[in-house]
Write a protein that binds this ligand. Structure first.
Ligand SMILES: [Fe+2]
Length: 321
């Protein structure tokens, strides 16, 4: 009886043409297109909706567009919907319709629950050889021309009250605290057993509400690099990456998004169970990134953008015509 993960995120934006190009380059599939709405899907059917700011029925955002307007969480079945309906039906923000129930969290974000529409899929992932385990034999590691994200793995919001907002998700929806910056940040996972965080809430020194980033899970480290270099070739600016988070252990790459704030490719986050004891960290640059490349890697030269171009060919270069 727990929330499974993110089924859909809905952005409000005005430059739908730029968002269309961006998310196609990002590796999503455009499954519906109307004048005021673009609907993309990841590999497992997780939806990324970009709605025009003036589309009727769009919930209020935490800040001016472009930004996130709504997060839809998935549950297993109607019994789970009934379980959570009983928890939120008394809230003044309660809504129900189109197979969803929902409310507004203490930070002001519209959240919805639905029976998950994501599909169980099989994907081939790179095996990693270590000194003690040789999982990849007679087989080179893959190199990716671009990414095709599996799903939206987590969302991150600025909040004016991290403790109240985290308590809401823990008490109402059964989320578990994974780690925290005391009174500054809360890493939350949907259930005791799962990936390190599905939701991260961050209360900056000058408290504000808003979207920080939306993170897309990819197969392996190589897909973070391949996807990031493709985005760079298409001209999209890196915020930071590739790099590695010490909290969660994930390899990441962040880009600026025309749909608001940042998007992230990530892989290899820590998997936790109910035995995990939350840790306290003091926020800072070295806690955010063990290492990271400012400005990213240029997809043509395969080097840091500020580095000189190399001479000679690479195995992954395309034949030049
Ligand atoms: Fe992230």
């Amino acid at each position: 009886m727990s929330v499974l993960g993110i089924d859909q995120v809905t952005y409000g934006a005005t430059d739908l043409a730029a968002c269309r190009r961006f998310f196609l380059d990002w590796g999503l599939t455009l499954v519906e297109e109307q004048a005021q709405e673009l609907v993309f899907e990841t590999l497992n059917g997780c939806r990324v909706v970009v709605a025009h700011s003036e589309r009727p029925g769009l919930p209020a955002g935490l800040e001016p567009d472009p930004t996130m307007r709504e997060v839809v969480w998935g549950v297993a079945n109607e019994a789970d919907i009934a379980h959570f309906r009983a928890r939120i039906a008394g809230l003044s923000s309660f809504v129900e319709g189109d197979g969803r129930i929902g409310c507004t969290d203490p930070n002001g974000l519209a959240i919805r629950l639905q029976v998950t529409r994501k599909r169980a899929i099989e994907v081939q992932c790179a095996q990693t050889n270590t000194w003690s385990e040789r999982a990849r034999v007679n087989q080179p590691s893959p190199a990716y021309d671009r990414a095709t994200p599996i799903e939206v793995g987590h969302v991150v919001f600025f909040t004016e009250d991290v403790n109240a907002t985290a308590a809401f998700y823990i008490e109402t929806f059964g989320f578990a605290l994974s780690d925290r910056y005391p009174d500054r940040g809360a890493f939350l996972r949907c259930a005791p057993e799962g990936g390190h965080h599905d939701l991260f809430l961050l209360q900056p020194p000058q408290a504000r509400r808003g979207l920080n980033h939306v993170a897309f899970t990819v197969r392996d480290t190589h897909e973070v690099f391949g996807g990031g270099m493709h985005m760079s070739r298409q001209g999209w600016p890196t915020e930071l990456g590739p790099g590695r988070h010490p909290v969660s252990s994930a390899i990441f790459w962040y880009f600026h998004s025309p749909a608001g704030a940042l998007v992230e490719y990530y892989t290899d986050e820590d998997q936790l169970t109910g035995d995990w004891q939350p840790r306290d960290f003091t926020p800072g640059p070295t806690v955010f990134a063990e290492w990271a490349i400012k400005g990213g890697i240029d997809g043509h030269t395969r080097r840091q953008v500020s580095a000189e171009a190399p001479s000679g060919a690479f195995m992954t270069d395309k034949p030049k015509h």
